[in-house]
Design a protein around this ligand. Structure first.
Ligand code: PMP
Length: 400
Protein backbone atom coordinates (compact mmCIF):
# COMPACT_ATOMS: atom_id res chain seq x y z
CA UNK A 1 0.00 0.00 0.00
CA UNK A 2 2.98 2.32 0.36
CA UNK A 3 4.67 1.39 -2.91
CA UNK A 4 3.85 4.69 -4.62
CA UNK A 5 5.24 6.94 -1.94
CA UNK A 6 7.75 9.42 -3.27
CA UNK A 7 11.16 9.97 -1.72
CA UNK A 8 11.05 13.19 0.30
CA UNK A 9 13.99 15.60 0.02
CA UNK A 10 16.39 15.93 2.97
CA UNK A 11 15.74 18.88 5.29
CA UNK A 12 17.75 21.74 3.78
CA UNK A 13 19.61 22.42 7.05
CA UNK A 14 19.98 18.87 8.38
CA UNK A 15 20.81 17.72 4.82
CA UNK A 16 24.10 19.65 4.97
CA UNK A 17 25.33 17.30 7.71
CA UNK A 18 24.19 14.26 5.73
CA UNK A 19 26.38 15.42 2.81
CA UNK A 20 29.27 16.29 5.15
CA UNK A 21 29.22 12.82 6.73
CA UNK A 22 29.55 11.22 3.29
CA UNK A 23 32.67 13.23 2.37
CA UNK A 24 35.90 11.28 3.12
CA UNK A 25 38.16 14.39 2.87
CA UNK A 26 40.34 15.00 5.97
CA UNK A 27 40.04 18.79 5.57
CA UNK A 28 36.24 18.89 5.49
CA UNK A 29 34.49 21.44 7.72
CA UNK A 30 30.81 21.44 8.66
CA UNK A 31 29.48 24.98 9.06
CA UNK A 32 25.88 23.91 8.58
CA UNK A 33 25.05 22.67 12.07
CA UNK A 34 23.22 24.96 14.41
CA UNK A 35 24.96 23.53 17.45
CA UNK A 36 27.89 24.74 19.51
CA UNK A 37 31.27 23.09 19.01
CA UNK A 38 34.41 23.52 21.09
CA UNK A 39 37.69 24.80 19.69
CA UNK A 40 38.46 21.10 19.07
CA UNK A 41 35.28 20.75 17.05
CA UNK A 42 33.54 18.62 19.71
CA UNK A 43 29.97 18.93 21.02
CA UNK A 44 29.86 20.36 24.56
CA UNK A 45 27.93 19.25 27.62
CA UNK A 46 28.06 22.09 30.14
CA UNK A 47 29.72 21.28 33.43
CA UNK A 48 26.77 22.78 35.26
CA UNK A 49 24.43 20.39 33.42
CA UNK A 50 26.56 17.42 34.56
CA UNK A 51 26.35 18.72 38.13
CA UNK A 52 22.59 19.14 37.96
CA UNK A 53 22.25 15.61 36.56
CA UNK A 54 24.34 14.28 39.43
CA UNK A 55 22.05 16.00 41.92
CA UNK A 56 19.02 14.52 40.21
CA UNK A 57 20.47 11.00 40.21
CA UNK A 58 21.26 11.24 43.90
CA UNK A 59 17.84 12.56 44.83
CA UNK A 60 15.92 9.63 46.34
CA UNK A 61 12.56 11.27 45.58
CA UNK A 62 13.39 11.41 41.86
CA UNK A 63 10.60 9.56 40.07
CA UNK A 64 9.65 8.86 36.46
CA UNK A 65 5.94 9.57 36.82
CA UNK A 66 4.07 11.57 34.18
CA UNK A 67 4.31 15.32 34.45
CA UNK A 68 1.08 17.33 34.27
CA UNK A 69 -0.04 18.31 30.73
CA UNK A 70 1.53 21.74 31.25
CA UNK A 71 4.86 20.29 32.43
CA UNK A 72 6.98 20.85 35.51
CA UNK A 73 5.41 23.76 37.41
CA UNK A 74 8.68 24.91 38.96
CA UNK A 75 10.38 24.89 35.54
CA UNK A 76 7.58 26.98 34.04
CA UNK A 77 7.81 29.64 36.75
CA UNK A 78 11.59 29.87 36.49
CA UNK A 79 11.48 30.01 32.68
CA UNK A 80 9.02 32.91 32.70
CA UNK A 81 11.26 34.74 35.16
CA UNK A 82 14.31 34.09 33.00
CA UNK A 83 12.83 35.67 29.90
CA UNK A 84 10.62 38.41 31.37
CA UNK A 85 12.92 39.29 34.29
CA UNK A 86 12.39 38.51 37.96
CA UNK A 87 10.86 41.95 38.55
CA UNK A 88 8.38 41.67 35.69
CA UNK A 89 4.97 43.14 36.61
CA UNK A 90 3.29 40.57 34.36
CA UNK A 91 4.68 37.77 36.54
CA UNK A 92 3.94 39.60 39.78
CA UNK A 93 0.36 40.15 38.65
CA UNK A 94 0.07 36.48 37.79
CA UNK A 95 -1.05 37.14 34.23
CA UNK A 96 1.40 34.91 32.38
CA UNK A 97 0.34 31.42 31.28
CA UNK A 98 3.45 29.25 30.83
CA UNK A 99 3.58 25.66 29.62
CA UNK A 100 6.59 23.43 29.11
CA UNK A 101 7.22 22.68 25.43
CA UNK A 102 9.28 20.34 23.26
CA UNK A 103 12.14 22.80 22.94
CA UNK A 104 11.67 25.90 20.78
CA UNK A 105 10.00 24.07 17.90
CA UNK A 106 7.33 22.42 20.04
CA UNK A 107 6.65 25.65 21.92
CA UNK A 108 6.19 27.55 18.65
CA UNK A 109 3.85 24.85 17.41
CA UNK A 110 1.68 24.87 20.55
CA UNK A 111 1.50 28.67 20.33
CA UNK A 112 0.58 28.47 16.64
CA UNK A 113 -2.14 25.87 17.26
CA UNK A 114 -3.57 27.90 20.14
CA UNK A 115 -3.74 31.06 18.02
CA UNK A 116 -5.30 29.25 15.05
CA UNK A 117 -8.04 27.97 17.37
CA UNK A 118 -8.71 30.99 19.58
CA UNK A 119 -7.38 34.19 18.03
CA UNK A 120 -9.46 36.30 15.65
CA UNK A 121 -6.72 37.12 13.09
CA UNK A 122 -5.19 33.94 11.70
CA UNK A 123 -2.40 35.58 9.72
CA UNK A 124 1.17 35.49 10.95
CA UNK A 125 3.90 37.69 9.47
CA UNK A 126 7.37 36.18 9.59
CA UNK A 127 10.64 37.84 8.53
CA UNK A 128 12.09 37.39 5.04
CA UNK A 129 14.31 35.39 5.40
CA UNK A 130 13.77 33.39 8.58
CA UNK A 131 14.59 30.00 10.08
CA UNK A 132 13.36 27.48 7.50
CA UNK A 133 11.06 25.67 9.92
CA UNK A 134 8.96 28.76 10.77
CA UNK A 135 6.71 28.79 7.68
CA UNK A 136 6.09 25.04 8.00
CA UNK A 137 5.32 25.16 11.73
CA UNK A 138 2.80 27.97 11.38
CA UNK A 139 1.16 26.72 8.18
CA UNK A 140 0.61 23.30 9.74
CA UNK A 141 -0.71 25.01 12.88
CA UNK A 142 -3.51 26.41 10.72
CA UNK A 143 -2.27 29.98 10.31
CA UNK A 144 -1.83 31.87 7.04
CA UNK A 145 1.85 32.78 6.66
CA UNK A 146 2.94 36.09 5.14
CA UNK A 147 6.37 37.70 5.05
CA UNK A 148 7.63 41.09 6.13
CA UNK A 149 10.82 42.53 4.66
CA UNK A 150 13.75 42.16 7.03
CA UNK A 151 17.14 41.80 5.37
CA UNK A 152 18.78 44.14 2.91
CA UNK A 153 21.37 42.27 0.78
CA UNK A 154 22.91 45.58 -0.33
CA UNK A 155 23.95 46.59 3.20
CA UNK A 156 23.90 43.07 4.67
CA UNK A 157 21.93 44.76 7.42
CA UNK A 158 18.34 45.44 8.41
CA UNK A 159 15.80 46.69 5.87
CA UNK A 160 14.18 48.81 8.54
CA UNK A 161 12.16 50.93 6.17
CA UNK A 162 10.73 47.84 4.43
CA UNK A 163 9.97 46.22 7.78
CA UNK A 164 8.00 49.23 9.02
CA UNK A 165 6.17 49.56 5.72
CA UNK A 166 5.12 45.90 5.68
CA UNK A 167 3.99 45.89 9.30
CA UNK A 168 2.08 49.13 8.70
CA UNK A 169 0.08 47.51 5.95
CA UNK A 170 -0.63 44.27 7.86
CA UNK A 171 -4.29 43.79 8.83
CA UNK A 172 -5.14 44.99 12.37
CA UNK A 173 -4.50 42.26 14.91
CA UNK A 174 -2.14 40.23 12.69
CA UNK A 175 0.41 38.09 14.51
CA UNK A 176 4.06 39.07 13.99
CA UNK A 177 6.88 36.62 14.62
CA UNK A 178 9.96 38.37 16.02
CA UNK A 179 13.34 36.80 16.73
CA UNK A 180 14.10 37.99 20.27
CA UNK A 181 17.82 38.23 19.45
CA UNK A 182 20.42 36.75 17.11
CA UNK A 183 18.14 36.59 14.08
CA UNK A 184 18.53 33.28 12.23
CA UNK A 185 19.86 33.11 9.50
CA UNK A 186 20.99 36.73 9.07
CA UNK A 187 22.57 37.59 12.45
CA UNK A 188 21.01 41.03 11.97
CA UNK A 189 19.06 42.47 14.91
CA UNK A 190 17.25 45.81 15.25
CA UNK A 191 18.92 48.32 17.58
CA UNK A 192 17.10 49.20 20.81
CA UNK A 193 15.84 52.42 19.19
CA UNK A 194 14.52 50.43 16.25
CA UNK A 195 12.86 47.91 18.59
CA UNK A 196 11.13 50.82 20.29
CA UNK A 197 9.80 52.05 16.95
CA UNK A 198 8.64 48.55 16.04
CA UNK A 199 6.90 48.28 19.41
CA UNK A 200 5.10 51.60 18.98
CA UNK A 201 3.95 50.72 15.49
CA UNK A 202 2.77 47.26 16.50
CA UNK A 203 0.91 48.47 19.56
CA UNK A 204 -0.74 51.29 17.64
CA UNK A 205 -2.02 48.79 15.07
CA UNK A 206 -2.90 46.11 17.60
CA UNK A 207 -0.46 43.62 16.03
CA UNK A 208 0.26 40.63 18.28
CA UNK A 209 3.97 39.95 19.00
CA UNK A 210 5.09 36.32 19.05
CA UNK A 211 8.74 36.14 20.16
CA UNK A 212 10.98 33.26 19.24
CA UNK A 213 13.77 33.21 21.83
CA UNK A 214 16.19 30.46 20.84
CA UNK A 215 19.43 32.21 21.81
CA UNK A 216 18.97 34.06 25.13
CA UNK A 217 22.43 34.62 26.62
CA UNK A 218 24.07 32.88 23.69
CA UNK A 219 24.16 35.99 21.50
CA UNK A 220 25.76 38.66 23.69
CA UNK A 221 26.82 36.49 26.63
CA UNK A 222 24.27 38.27 28.86
CA UNK A 223 20.84 36.79 29.61
CA UNK A 224 19.39 40.23 30.34
CA UNK A 225 20.76 41.97 27.25
CA UNK A 226 19.40 39.25 24.97
CA UNK A 227 15.92 39.56 26.50
CA UNK A 228 15.63 43.33 26.15
CA UNK A 229 13.37 43.25 23.10
CA UNK A 230 10.87 40.94 24.80
CA UNK A 231 10.90 42.91 28.06
CA UNK A 232 10.22 46.14 26.19
CA UNK A 233 6.97 44.69 24.86
CA UNK A 234 5.96 43.28 28.25
CA UNK A 235 6.70 46.56 30.03
CA UNK A 236 3.96 48.38 28.13
CA UNK A 237 1.32 46.10 29.65
CA UNK A 238 0.21 44.60 26.32
CA UNK A 239 -0.13 40.97 25.33
CA UNK A 240 2.53 38.84 23.71
CA UNK A 241 3.68 35.26 23.24
CA UNK A 242 7.19 33.95 23.79
CA UNK A 243 8.66 30.58 22.84
CA UNK A 244 11.88 29.70 24.67
CA UNK A 245 14.46 27.06 23.85
CA UNK A 246 17.18 25.70 26.14
CA UNK A 247 18.86 23.90 23.22
CA UNK A 248 21.63 26.45 22.67
CA UNK A 249 21.98 28.33 25.94
CA UNK A 250 22.15 25.18 28.11
CA UNK A 251 23.35 22.86 25.36
CA UNK A 252 20.29 20.65 25.94
CA UNK A 253 19.56 20.15 22.21
CA UNK A 254 18.40 16.54 22.31
CA UNK A 255 16.60 16.83 25.64
CA UNK A 256 13.92 18.90 23.89
CA UNK A 257 13.27 21.41 26.64
CA UNK A 258 11.56 24.75 26.17
CA UNK A 259 8.55 26.79 27.21
CA UNK A 260 5.70 28.78 25.78
CA UNK A 261 4.47 31.81 27.71
CA UNK A 262 1.41 33.88 26.88
CA UNK A 263 1.28 37.24 28.59
CA UNK A 264 -2.34 38.26 29.18
CA UNK A 265 -4.13 41.33 30.52
CA UNK A 266 -5.32 39.70 33.75
CA UNK A 267 -4.74 36.57 35.81
CA UNK A 268 -8.29 35.50 35.10
CA UNK A 269 -7.61 35.50 31.35
CA UNK A 270 -4.25 33.75 31.88
CA UNK A 271 -6.02 30.95 33.74
CA UNK A 272 -8.46 30.42 30.89
CA UNK A 273 -5.67 30.56 28.30
CA UNK A 274 -3.78 27.88 30.22
CA UNK A 275 -6.87 25.67 30.30
CA UNK A 276 -7.06 25.90 26.50
CA UNK A 277 -3.33 25.23 26.06
CA UNK A 278 -3.92 21.93 27.83
CA UNK A 279 -6.50 21.00 25.21
CA UNK A 280 -3.95 21.72 22.48
CA UNK A 281 -1.21 19.66 24.14
CA UNK A 282 -3.11 16.61 25.38
CA UNK A 283 -3.92 15.04 21.98
CA UNK A 284 -0.48 15.97 20.52
CA UNK A 285 1.90 14.37 23.03
CA UNK A 286 -0.08 14.17 26.27
CA UNK A 287 2.60 15.66 28.49
CA UNK A 288 6.25 16.70 28.11
CA UNK A 289 9.41 14.80 29.12
CA UNK A 290 10.71 15.21 32.66
CA UNK A 291 14.51 14.96 32.48
CA UNK A 292 15.51 18.14 30.64
CA UNK A 293 13.06 20.32 32.55
CA UNK A 294 14.39 18.94 35.85
CA UNK A 295 17.95 19.85 34.80
CA UNK A 296 16.91 23.40 33.90
CA UNK A 297 14.91 23.87 37.11
CA UNK A 298 17.79 22.55 39.23
CA UNK A 299 20.15 25.10 37.67
CA UNK A 300 17.81 28.08 37.66
CA UNK A 301 16.73 27.74 41.29
CA UNK A 302 20.20 27.31 42.77
CA UNK A 303 22.15 30.58 42.81
CA UNK A 304 25.53 28.83 42.76
CA UNK A 305 24.64 26.70 39.74
CA UNK A 306 22.95 29.66 38.08
CA UNK A 307 26.13 31.73 38.37
CA UNK A 308 28.20 28.88 37.05
CA UNK A 309 25.84 28.60 34.09
CA UNK A 310 26.21 32.28 33.22
CA UNK A 311 30.02 31.86 33.17
CA UNK A 312 29.86 28.86 30.81
CA UNK A 313 27.29 30.63 28.66
CA UNK A 314 29.53 33.66 28.32
CA UNK A 315 32.45 31.42 27.44
CA UNK A 316 30.47 29.96 24.50
CA UNK A 317 29.29 33.39 23.35
CA UNK A 318 32.82 34.80 23.59
CA UNK A 319 34.32 31.98 21.55
CA UNK A 320 31.83 32.68 18.78
CA UNK A 321 32.57 36.40 18.89
CA UNK A 322 36.30 35.67 18.71
CA UNK A 323 35.72 33.47 15.60
CA UNK A 324 34.11 36.49 13.94
CA UNK A 325 37.23 38.56 14.61
CA UNK A 326 39.56 35.80 13.40
CA UNK A 327 37.65 35.25 10.16
CA UNK A 328 37.44 38.97 9.48
CA UNK A 329 41.20 39.36 10.09
CA UNK A 330 42.01 36.37 7.88
CA UNK A 331 40.04 37.86 4.97
CA UNK A 332 41.63 41.28 5.49
CA UNK A 333 45.07 39.65 5.45
CA UNK A 334 44.28 37.96 2.13
CA UNK A 335 42.93 41.20 0.66
CA UNK A 336 39.69 39.42 -0.25
CA UNK A 337 37.64 41.84 -2.38
CA UNK A 338 34.53 43.30 -0.77
CA UNK A 339 33.41 44.74 2.55
CA UNK A 340 33.42 42.01 5.22
CA UNK A 341 32.59 44.18 8.23
CA UNK A 342 29.20 42.46 8.54
CA UNK A 343 31.07 39.43 9.91
CA UNK A 344 31.91 41.56 12.95
CA UNK A 345 28.56 43.33 13.15
CA UNK A 346 26.20 40.37 12.91
CA UNK A 347 25.01 38.80 16.15
CA UNK A 348 24.76 35.23 17.39
CA UNK A 349 25.74 31.86 16.08
CA UNK A 350 25.47 32.61 12.36
CA UNK A 351 27.10 34.84 9.80
CA UNK A 352 25.08 35.53 6.69
CA UNK A 353 28.11 35.86 4.45
CA UNK A 354 26.46 37.21 1.33
CA UNK A 355 27.99 34.37 -0.71
CA UNK A 356 25.59 33.08 -3.36
CA UNK A 357 24.61 29.46 -3.98
CA UNK A 358 27.15 29.09 -6.82
CA UNK A 359 29.95 30.25 -4.57
CA UNK A 360 28.75 27.93 -1.81
CA UNK A 361 28.69 24.98 -4.25
CA UNK A 362 32.23 25.87 -5.36
CA UNK A 363 33.49 25.99 -1.75
CA UNK A 364 31.92 22.63 -1.02
CA UNK A 365 33.34 21.02 -4.16
CA UNK A 366 36.85 22.48 -4.03
CA UNK A 367 37.39 23.04 -0.30
CA UNK A 368 35.03 20.50 1.33
CA UNK A 369 33.32 23.24 3.30
CA UNK A 370 29.68 22.50 4.06
CA UNK A 371 27.08 25.20 4.67
CA UNK A 372 23.50 26.03 3.66
CA UNK A 373 23.15 27.29 0.08
CA UNK A 374 21.99 30.73 1.30
CA UNK A 375 25.56 31.43 2.42
CA UNK A 376 24.89 31.06 6.15
CA UNK A 377 27.82 29.77 8.18
CA UNK A 378 27.74 28.63 11.77
CA UNK A 379 30.52 30.46 13.61
CA UNK A 380 30.22 27.82 16.34
CA UNK A 381 31.46 25.21 13.87
CA UNK A 382 34.71 27.15 13.27
CA UNK A 383 37.99 27.02 15.18
CA UNK A 384 41.34 28.79 15.02
CA UNK A 385 42.55 25.75 13.09
CA UNK A 386 39.85 25.90 10.39
CA UNK A 387 39.57 29.70 9.95
CA UNK A 388 42.50 29.90 7.45
CA UNK A 389 41.00 27.13 5.30
CA UNK A 390 37.61 28.90 5.27
CA UNK A 391 39.24 32.23 4.45
CA UNK A 392 41.13 30.60 1.54
CA UNK A 393 37.86 29.13 0.28
CA UNK A 394 35.95 32.42 0.51
CA UNK A 395 38.84 34.24 -1.15
CA UNK A 396 38.90 31.76 -4.04
CA UNK A 397 35.09 31.80 -4.40
CA UNK A 398 34.93 35.60 -4.52
CA UNK A 399 37.90 35.94 -6.89
CA UNK A 400 36.40 33.52 -9.41
N1 PMP B 1 13.95 29.22 16.44
C1 PMP B 1 15.10 29.53 15.86
C2 PMP B 1 15.27 30.88 15.27
C3 PMP B 1 16.12 28.59 15.79
O1 PMP B 1 17.26 28.91 15.19
C4 PMP B 1 15.92 27.32 16.36
C5 PMP B 1 17.00 26.29 16.33
N2 PMP B 1 17.70 26.16 15.19
C6 PMP B 1 14.70 27.07 16.98
C7 PMP B 1 13.74 28.04 17.01
C8 PMP B 1 14.29 25.80 17.65
O2 PMP B 1 15.18 24.87 18.01
P1 PMP B 1 14.83 23.78 19.06
O3 PMP B 1 13.48 23.21 18.69
O4 PMP B 1 15.92 22.80 18.92
O5 PMP B 1 14.78 24.44 20.39
Amino acid sequence: VFANILQAPDDSILGVTVAYNKDPSPVKVNLGVGAYRTEEGKPLVLNVVRKAEQLLVNNPSGVKEYLPITGLAEFNKLSAKLIFGSESPAIRENRVATVQGLSGTGSLRVGGEFLAKHYFERTIYIPQPTWGNHPKIFTLSGLAVKYYRYYDPATRGLNFHGLLEDLSSAPPGAIVLLHACAHNPTGVDPTLEQWEQIRQLMRSKGLLPFFDSAYQGFASGSLDVDAQSVRMFVADGGECLAAQSYAKNMGLYGERVGALSIVCKSSDVAGRVESQLKLVIRPMYSNPPIHGASIVATILKNSELYNEWTVELKMMADRIISMRRQLFDALSKRGTPGDWSHILKQIGMFTFTGLNSDQVAFMTKEFHIYMTSDGRISMAGLSSRTVPHLADAIHAAVAR
